[in-house]
Design a protein around this ligand. Sequence first.
Ligand code: ADP
Length: 399
Amino acid sequence: MTGLVLVLNAGSSSIKFTVFAAAPEGPEPIASGQIEGIGAAPHFFARDAAWQVLVDRRWDGEDAPRHHAAALAVLIGWLDDSLGERPIIAIGHRVVHGGPDLAAPVLVDAAILAQIEALVPLAPLHQPHNLAGIRAAAEAFPGVKQIACFDTAFHRAKPWVADTFALPQRFYAQGIRRYGFHGLSYEYIAASLAAEDPALGAGRLVVAHLGNGASLCAIAGGRCVDTSMSFTALDGVPMGTRSGQIDPGVLLHLMQAESMDTDALTRLLYHESGLKGLSGVSQDVREIEAAGTPEAEGALAHFAYRVRREIAALAAAMGGLDALVFTAGIGENARALRGQICEGLGFLGIAVDAERNRANAPEITAPGATVRVLIRRTDEERMIARHALALLRDTVCAG
Ligand code: ADP
């Protein structure tokens, strides 16, 4: 199969994209970038695979793209001009929520679009933008197959005990479930490890995806067993600005004692909590580390503690652990914090080699430790491109 695969990730004010060439050994990225600040001060930026800047454009006049469709038109115009004759053969979309039923990537048609739309109440901050991206792409590329890949899909494999809250059963039936997110990242890491070392891929992994948004996932034999995020991307470990798991009684108390309404609680839990709320400095680990105040140190210590606790809980969900994998901005780069997380996990067989950890080496296991500790770069876009090509191949074969 020759041609290009365009991967789109449409957020509230940005469209991120990567263009892949459909090479025989799998999709190879040739350009990536984003249009950010849509609706305010848009900025279009793209690089090629060698990290050369291809475009860096800002608008200040009437012609600035004001909505997703306009931004996508700019992107498409640029792709047409810069990618030469190679046709776009598929468009893969990152979609945050697949609900209880969409458990794998799908070719988008009218029925699927309606199904994705019906899930907007479950992810009101993201799903409408993902939909806008799909609609705009369908208009711009009529006849090109569009594939939706869901952040929740990987987690649909987990057992009911890990999927339910302890609420009356009717809530589960209504879709109040522990969905989990970052699924494309976990799927990519699990597939990469399986390709690199089949025995490890068949084993028990805890993957810690620690970025601005953070979650962890227990994966056994390549399948999700449990994960720290649940109904929304608020649950689990503390994040840049999100609280992570919190006693629901705190919310009842704040509603009663401080008359906080939905908007006030949303602001508090999504934007003012986590590392930013605790440190009073920033959501960015580098700035918190540089601040060095007692509050900043406390924020990092709390984050490390909660991640450590989650690693042990997820190991328990699998009855043991073969490897711990760190990924995303903090997981790949924040050496001190990574070391702090692993302290005290010796009882599980986890010990980190200080030198290797400082060097961000791909494997940081201390000599003699029984659980491997790895650092891997995640690549959700490549995972989407692989799914898009696989579905395209299936439809060509079936057709
Ligand atoms: P997002 O979830 O927005 O994709 P990233 O995966 O880019 O986020 O992760 C962002 C986080 O990674 C920030 O907290 C940032 O401080 C942290 N980070 C990135 N590089 C480093 C570094 N060299 N040292 C410590 N923390 C880092």
